[in-house]
Design a protein around this ligand. Structure first.
Ligand SMILES: Nc1ncnc2c1ncn2[C@@H]1O[C@H](COP(=O)(O)OP(=O)(O)O)[C@@H](O)[C@H]1O
Ligand SMILES: [Mg+2]
Length: 204
């Protein structure tokens, strides 16, 4: 990853933590370390490589190190193909880093860039409830969480709507509602505003 940076929402104009860092990768036998209580995410010398079809290694992330405090909104900025989505998938636990240290507060939720990769159930309410099935909740608790999450994204009038009748932006809001319903401690959003128009980007 190169030419990318992390910035906080409270200081949009000032890049606080330069992303560019290519220290020599440090490989350690131990992948676990204590996450400080004030931190939501900590990465140390994170690397991610893949093997290409012709058998060569391709480095996608090299020596990523950063800390994200709890309770803050941060943005990851960088050019196309700089590794932003890859890093988010690693933070979400969908990909394993090749090496390095990583701690993310749990539970964590991830919203894909394309909601068609995430919105899987036939109706809006079923889709938002889908992720809640892993928790030991009553039907009333699930209904309450689904309704609150849909209110939060302005989709509470669409509870019964079939997913295929929604626009791209509406599907993206449903995907975000699914993540919010899980009351996660870390919410990871990939290209959050891709399908949202200008008004929705500001209000959501
Ligand atoms: N599974 C994969 N196989 C081959 N190349 C990949 C794979 N995943 C990501 N890449 C490559 O890694 C680089 C970073 O991709 P990505 O994380 O999607 O970038 P960004 O989100 O910053 O646009 C790109 O060059 C992409 O083609
Ligand atoms: Mg991407």
């Amino acid at each position: 990853m190169n030419q990318s940076s992390l910035i906080t929402s409270s200081a949009f104009k000032v890049p606080l933590a330069p992303w560019v860092s290519f220290p020599k990768p440090q490989i350690s036998n131990s992948r676990s370390f204590e996450l400080h209580k004030d931190l939501a995410i900590e990465c140390k010398n994170l690397n991610y490589s893949i093997t290409t079809r012709n058998g060569n290694w391709k480095h996608i992330l090299k020596g990523c190190s950063f800390r994200i405090p709890s309770g803050e909104l941060w943005m990851l900025l960088g050019p196309n193909a700089s590794g932003k989505s890859t890093l988010l998938k690693i933070l979400a636990g969908l990909l394993n880093p090749t090496d390095g240290f990583l701690q993310v507060k749990k539970p964590r939720s991830f919203v894909f860039q394309n909601p068609d990769h995430q919105v899987v159930m036939p109706t809006v309410k079923d889709d938002v409830a889908f992720g809640l099935s892993k928790f030991n909740l009553t039907r009333d608790e699930i209904r309450d969480k689904v309704e609150k999450a849909l209110v939060a994204v302005g989709m509470h009038n669409y509870l019964q709507r079939p997913i295929q009748t929604l626009s791209g932006g509406q599907k993206q809001r449903v995907a975000i509602a699914g993540a919010l319903a899980e009351t996660c401690k870390v919410l990871l959003l990939d290209e959050l505003t891709t399908f949202l128009d200008e008004t929705d980007q500001v209000s959501n």
